[in-house]
Every structure is written in C-alpha cells, then in structure tokens.
Write a protein that binds this ligand. Structure first.
Ligand SMILES: NC(=O)c1ccc[n+]([C@@H]2O[C@H](COP(=O)([O-])OP(=O)(O)OC[C@H]3O[C@@H](n4cnc5c(N)ncnc54)[C@H](O)[C@@H]3O)[C@@H](O)[C@H]2O)c1
Length: 428
C-alpha cells in the first residue's frame, strides 16, 4: 500500500468546515491520507474549526504560504471565497501541489483555462468541486437517459432555489449557477450553444444578483430553463428532463429519480451516498494513482465560460425596453419622461395634445403613445369631464429610473462595483 498523502484544506467557513470533517473521517477510516494543514485567514473561523474537530495547533495556520511551503503536504483543497480561487490555485500548483478547487473554479474563464494548462504542464492533478457529479441520483438519471428512458430529449428544467439572508460578496449566477450548468452537461453530454439570462438583486446592493432566470440552447432544438433564487421559500434542487417517450424528475437533495411515462410514475433505484466523501475519495485516488486527466479541470473551465456568457448577456441589453419602443415609441418614452417630471398630465380628447400642468406638448400621435404606455402599465388613467388625466405608475417610474441609468451611465459613475464598471464600459 502507498504512503498516505498529506492534505491541506484552505478555508474553514461554511463549506471548508464540512470538508475538514470529511477529511478527518477519511483519515480515520481509510488511511489513504493525513490532514496535515488547516488554514483560514480569519482567526475566529480557524479557532471555531479547531474546537469543533479537536485539531492540534501544529495543523492550524492563518497563512496559506505555510500550506504551500510544507513539503509533506502534497494536495490542497481550496474552499475560500470565489474571487480568491485563482490566486490561491496558481500558488498551489506552482508549489507543486495537486489541487481540488471549489466551484466556481474561477471568476473568469481565461484564468480557469490557465489553471488547466499549468496543471497539465506540471503533471499535477487538478479537480474542480462539481459535487453533483458524485450524486448517485444524477448518475442513475444519466444511465437512464443513455438507455433512452425518455426517448428523444426535448427540454430540461432546473430549479435551484433556497431562502437565504442577503449575501454581499457573491452573485447567484456564479455561486449557484455552476451546479445546474454542470448537471446539464453531465446528463445531456453537451454544452449550450447559446445561453442568456436576466437577474435581479432585490435586497442587497444592485450589483449582486440574488434571483436569475437562465435560458440555454443546445444542439438538436434542445432547450433548458434554469431558475436560481435565494428568495424562494424552501430549498429545492430539482432537475426535470422531458422527452418524446416520458420524463425524468430528479430530486437531487433526497437523491430520488422518478420516471414518468404514459400517466405512470416509477421510482428508479438509487443507493443514497455521501457526495462529499465520494468527491474526496475520487481526488485522493487520482493523487495516489497520478491520474492527471484534464477532464475535471476542463469541465470546471467550460462551466465558467458558460456562466460568463450568461452574465455578459445580462449587461448586453443596454436599452432593453426602449428597443420595443423604436422608432415611434421613443417619443412615447419622451412623453413618459415629461409626464413624470410634471407629475400628472391631461389628455384632452378634443385637442389631441398632451398637457402637463400648464405646458402643452403638441403631438398628433399622443393618443397612441398613451395607449402604449398604459398597455405597459406605465400610466394610470383617471377619467375627468375634460377627457382623461394620466399619472405615471410605480412601474413607469422604476422603468424610467432604469432607462435613465442605462442611457446615462454618468448617473451611476459613483458605483465602483465590477458590474457597474462593465455596464459603463459597454455603453461607452
Ligand atoms: N460544492 C458545493 O456544493 C459548495 C457549497 C458551498 C460552498 N462552496 C464553495 O466553497 C467556497 C467557500 O464557501 P463558503 O460558503 O464556505 O464561504 P465562507 O465565507 O463561509 O468561508 C470562506 C472562508 O475562507 C476564508 N478565507 C478568505 N480568504 C482566504 C485566504 N486568502 N486564505 C485563507 N482563508 C481565506 C474566510 O476567512 C472564510 O472563513 C466558495 O467557493 C463556495 O462557492 C461549494
């Protein structure tokens, strides 16, 4: 039997502490590894982990360099915030360590592909924590699809929702999105040919989306819809695949797969497993057998590329609503702006002009604009004996705010978030 490998875990927050527990269990039960270093930049986080798992002081460090410089540590599991993945992984690989990096692999695809090539050139193992690859329900679903359980696949729906307090350091597409994208690749055996989305941050700063709807198109007319939310009641991790001969619905949390055909439903047999344990096992086995296949790294990098495309699509619609209003509708928009400035307007049925308080905007198409604006829910009409008065609704006001911000990037010049910079860059 080979010597056990030395493991270092970097990051002991929510996820990292689960990993420390699993590595400890694996050390005790399988004897293929030894947990030699546990690192977290935050002392309270490190001390809480020490207490929880009775770790010895010699194992603990606040400095990741202590992990990279330890000759007895041959493999490192990185579970720190997403933006730190790339710099830490580069240093780990350059120190000759095998690496398992949590999802999302990086925040930019060029960095992810860079890691793949560095690992390959140094003949190091590089795995990405796409844990649902180890979920036995999804593995069963993949087998069933390979055996034509639903015939020709038409479309897929993924619901990845939860109710969490607002996060200020992560956006939902990069944080939750890796799993659905990876799972679709696992089940369908392909990557989207196109992907786009729309996202919103309702409770935190405008830059970190916490709800997103994503549409992905695959070859052969296959489409997929992904719903991501940190606002939805109840935790749901569900994947449905609908085809010509039936459907599969996978409950990834409870590891159940149901097959629906001709009004019948049958549960497929699944042996429930501990996915973190399986992921760690696969990593340790790859390190021990020097299996340096680039597959896991490439899947991680490709996933980041898809997430990047989705995020870019969200900022690629500088005047989304205005596009529907071209060319005449731009005048309607001008009318809406005017009405909002004046607070109220009166449309006189006889004169067919638009009055905003005492000012009168001559316009022979004004009725049409008002119709469009009302249809969009931007104006409310109040009948009067002279004709009708119109007020801008809340929806109209919020549309105007968004329109003005996008049309005039200087408005959010103070916003230094990456997304605001991206938006400004696109508009210039
Ligand atoms: N595979 C999964 O299903 C899954 C689930 C949850 C989280 N994750 C991933 O795990 C990672 C961590 O997520 P989390 O929820 O545990 O976050 P967290 O904020 O709870 O923990 C992150 C920890 O990293 C520490 N840290 C930050 N920078 C560091 C550095 N340079 N060196 C050492 N320590 C540093 C922080 O002090 C913190 O304790 C994220 O990438 C996340 O996407 C994966």
């Amino acid at each position: 039997m080979k010597d056990p490998i030395g493991i270092g875990v970097i990051g002991t927050g929510y996820w990292g502490s689960k990993l420390v527990y699993e590595y400890q269990q694996a050390e005790r039960n399988k004897r293929k590894l030894r947990l030699l270093k546990v690192c977290d930049a935050s002392l309270p986080s490190l001390l809480s982990c020490k207490k929880k798992f009775s770790l010895s002081d010699t194992v603990l460090t606040q400095n990741a360099d202590d992990v990279f410089n330890d000759p007895n540590v041959s493999a490192v599991h990185i579970a720190t915030p997403n933006k730190t993945h790339y710099p830490l992984a580069i240093r780990a690989l350059e120190s000759g360590k095998d690496v398992l990096i949590e999802k999302p692999m990086t925040l930019h695809s060029r960095e992810a592909f860079d890691l793949v090539s560095i690992a390959a050139s140094h003949e190091l193992v590089l795995h990405v924590g796409h844990i649902f690859r180890f979920n036995t329900a999804l593995q069963m679903a993949r087998q069933a699809l390979e055996m034509q359980a639903v015939g020709k696949v038409y479309y897929a729906r993924v619901q990845w929702t939860d109710h969490c307090p607002p996060f200020h350091d992560r956006d939902i597409v990069f944080d939750l999105g890796p799993h659905p994208i990876d799972i679709l690749n696992l089940l369908l055996g392909s990557w989207p040919t196109q992907a786009s989305g729309i996202g919103r941050a309702y409770r935190n700063s405008r830059s970190e989306d916490e709800v997103a709807y994503i549409i992905a198109e695959f070859q052969d007319d296959l489409i997929a819809h992904i719903e991501l939310s940190w606002l939805h009641p109840g935790k749901r991790r569900e994947v449905s695949i609908v085809g010509s001969e039936g459907s599969l619905v996978v409950d990834c949390l409870n590891q159940k797969v149901a097959r629906f055909t001709d009004g019948n439903v049958a549960e497929l047999p699944v042996q429930v497993n501990n996915t973190i344990e399986s992921e760690i096992d696969a990593f340790v086995d790859a390190v021990l057998s020097r299996s340096t296949s680039v597959e896991s790294g490439l899947i991680g990098a490709k996933t980041v590329e898809v997430l990047e495309t989705i995020t870019e699509s969200m900022w690629d619609r500088p005047l989304p609503m205005a596009q529907q209003y071209k060319p005449d509708h731009m005048a309607a928009l001008a009318a809406l702006l005017e009405i909002s400035r004046q607070g109220i307007c009166t449309l006189c049925s006889t004169r067919k002009d638009l009055r905003t308080n005492d000012r009168v905007t001559e316009n022979d198409k004004v009725e049409k604009y008002v119709g469009i604006l009302m249809k969009s829910g931007f104006l409310n009409a109040i009948s009067t004996k002279d004709g009708a008065r119109y007020e801008v609704t809340e929806k109209g006001l919020s549309f105007l705010r968004e329109y003005q911000e996008v049309a005039n990037p200087d408005v959010d010049e103070q916003d230094q978030t990456p997304q605001a910079s991206k938006r400004r860059a696109k508009l210039r």
